[in-house]
Design a protein around this ligand. Structure first.
Ligand code: NAG
Ligand code: NAG
Length: 123
């Protein structure tokens, strides 16, 4: 009986390790695309590699790209199980550039820049 037990234990513990490693990796499948309503809000939307609770796991920080400008944080919301959206209140000034950073806890998943005045910006 002893040998049977250890033979069975090995693959099971392997599976558990793979599962733990897999569930711990948070990845972006489609990078954020952002657009502005030209008035008061810009919205970014992106897709994660697996179903994600956006508000619990992710934060999008945005900051006008001037030195000393304040950094804001947007709490993402689910639109689908793996699709997150974030609405960022901001004044639209044509030449403004925002630095965007997408965080999962302390892990930086993506960063890019966004020019609300250009409506749609792809990195
Ligand atoms: C996401 O997590 C928050 C906080 O933990 C919880 O209140 C909310 O119900 C969760 N949403 C989904 C879709 O699971
Ligand atoms: C602002 O953006 C420009 C163009 O992307 C970049 O060259 C510059 O270093 C940025 N400045 C800051 C303070 O982030």
């Amino acid at each position: 009986m002893g040998w049977l037990g250890s033979e069975l234990m090995f693959p099971v513990s392997c599976l558990i390790l793979v599962w733990v490693a897999g569930s711990g990796s948070v990845k972006v499948l489609h990078q954020p695309t952002c657009f502005s309503d030209y008035y008061s809000t810009s919205t970014c939307e992106w897709k994660m590699a697996r179903p994600t609770n956006c508000s619990a796991e992710l934060r999008l920080s945005y900051q006008l790209n001037f030195t000393n400008s304040e950094s804001h944080t947007c709490v993402a919301e689910n639109r689908e199980s793996a699709v997150c959206v974030c609405d960022m209140p901001m004044d639209v000034v044509f030449a403004d550039i925002y630095q965007l950073d997408l965080w999962a806890g302390k892990q930086l998943l993506w960063s890019g820049s966004f020019m609300p005045g250009e409506h749609v910006q792809n990195l």
